[in-house]
Design a protein around this ligand. Sequence first.
Ligand code: HEC
Ligand code: HEC
Ligand code: HEC
Ligand code: HEC
Ligand code: HEC
Ligand code: HEC
Length: 453
Amino acid sequence: MNYSCSKLRNITFLTCTLLAIIFLQFSLLTSVNAQNAVVDSTATDGAAAASGDDGSGIPSSPEAIAEGESIFNNNCTVCHAINQQVVGPALSGVETRWEDLGTLVAFIKNSQKVIQGGNEYAVNLYNEYNKTLMPAFADYSDDQILNILAYIKAEAAAPAQAEATAGGGEGGEAVAAQGGGGIPSGYLTAIIVGLLVILVLILLVLVLIISVLTRFLNQKQDLDDADREIINQKVDAQKLVKSRPFIGIMLFIFMAIVVKLVFDGLYSVGVQQGYQPKQPIAFSHALHAGQYEIECQYCHTGVMKAKSANIPSANICMNCHQQIKTESPEIQKIYAAIDFNPETQTYGNNKKPIEWVRIHNLPDLAYFNHAQHVNVGGLDCQTCHGEIQEMEVVYQESTLTMGWCINCHRETQVNAEGNAYYDKLLELHNSENPKEPMKVEDIGGLECSKCHY
Ligand code: HEC
Ligand code: HEC
Ligand code: HEC
Ligand code: HEC
Ligand code: HEC
Ligand code: HEC
């Protein structure tokens, strides 16, 4: 009886130790999760009821308005609001300001063409806005542009809703983008929390049993002094630390940590996963690509057609920052780099490039082509780079090792649909192996010479 009582104490102490270790692991884990937290952008609800088609040539169906809204939100909100001047003019009633719809559509598709064509209204507007370039949207069809105009018109006709957004074209977006919360990253966290709860419960029960036992034994009359001493002894930490089970457990944990560190070290020779250098200007992808939804290609111009994705030149920043946040010290750094004087709006000739610190970098012996993966392969940037649009400061999400490339080539199906280049290969593959889909490895994605010079 006495013996089991002091045993119980030891178990209690060990449970405590275990709890502490799990808790440590857990706090490490949550700090990683915090980095991965996902922010949902809440989509605003469909537009208000459309005004009837008045023969203006602008569509008024809800589908058209919905499509227009999505294009507008993706491309235009950075510079335009409906009822408020932002970088560009307020767009409410814009269709009435232009002499004909055709020119207006042409202007939205490529404003510079219309301005250079000498359209008087466009030239005046351009000068009025200090010759700020509105980017071209040549990829959209005339119908899509008309849908944007349909959305603008519907939105302008719904004063109540417009009022709500007018509280600041940018501010409204900000609130919307913050709507979502973190998504728990899988079951691991849940399991660990479950374990923690169970351990705490066990601990409570053990403590309870011990105190009940102690009280019970103390009340017994027929105990000699030696026994009484054992019952009332405090947890003898020193003895416990020297006890065999304790040393065993500690040794095991120590070995496990050492082995893990050694393996991690071996695997990561030359691997820069997680690399997150400080950049010369506090440029945030979470703000530009996330909140303002500027497309990756707008800045990384090479991804669709070249090997390299390109880091944007300061000129691209100036499309917006000639007007936006001119007083911010971070933006002044852009001005300093290109020797721009915001007061006189003139450029000097003492230019020097902004020295962005390169994050992703394959060794020279390897060849990687963005266009092949993004354009031909149809992969999202996020597959390889992680949720860039949520990163304040970019870090390297993937290992970028040879094993990483090869694994994906083994698992990923070739995006062969509608690509005549693959017709022959697909036919050949299907005749030999009709059940399996055609993977990248089947088109030579594992050949050394494809990736090595
Ligand atoms: C980088 C900022 C920027 C973006 C992005 C932008 N615009 Fe503009 N927009 C301007 C500026 C500045 C003007 C004024 C004319 C000029 O400077 O060329 C303008 C003018 C216009 C006009 C003429 C306004 C009037 O009062 O007659 C329309 C219409 C227009 N933009 C529509 C759009 C649409 C639609 C989109 C999205 C597909 C868009 N803009 C994206 C900056 C931008
Ligand atoms: C407004 C311009 C802009 C937009 C939009 C933008 N980026 Fe960037 N991106 C930059 C700049 C500037 C850098 C270099 C500074 C830095 O690393 O933050 C960069 C760096 C990067 C890097 C790291 C490059 C390296 O050094 O290895 C990746 C990857 C990247 N961007 C991906 C994306 C993706 C994916 C998107 C779309 C979701 C995107 N970017 C949208 C401007 C932009
Ligand atoms: C299409 C428009 C657009 C482009 C292109 C763009 N930005 Fe921005 N940028 C914005 C908007 C909008 C804001 C938010 C302004 C605000 O908070 O009021 C912003 C904010 C910033 C800020 C934060 C300023 C502060 O003090 O809060 C920095 C820094 C910045 N941008 C740097 C850059 C750099 C560097 C580039 C070029 C690689 C760039 N931006 C390209 C639209 C743009
Ligand atoms: C299949 C994986 C993959 C995809 C998809 C991908 N990237 Fe990359 N990215 C890489 C690798 C690998 C590098 C390093 C290239 C090097 O060092 O030569 C890189 C480098 C970059 C860089 C640094 C500059 C450069 O070109 O070396 C930028 C910026 C970038 N990527 C942006 C993007 C954007 C934007 C997209 C989506 C449109 C994208 N990437 C899609 C794998 C990918
Ligand atoms: C997320 C998956 C993924 C990753 C990671 C990836 N690739 Fe690919 N890769 C593809 C796909 C899909 C294709 C097929 C594209 C196409 O249709 O041509 C491809 C094709 C290629 C090709 C052309 C193969 C051929 O036979 O035409 C090369 C070369 C290549 N990748 C190199 C690399 C290198 C180098 C890396 C690592 C730095 C890498 N890839 C990482 C998915 C990936
Ligand atoms: C899908 C692309 C791809 C294919 C196929 C590929 N490699 Fe690699 N290889 C890479 C990349 C990317 C690296 C650089 C990764 C790194 O440094 O961790 C690399 C690195 C290497 C290295 C240097 C390793 C080091 O630690 O510096 C050797 C050697 C090598 N590859 C040999 C081969 C041989 C042999 C083949 C054919 C059986 C092959 N590779 C096929 C992408 C590929």
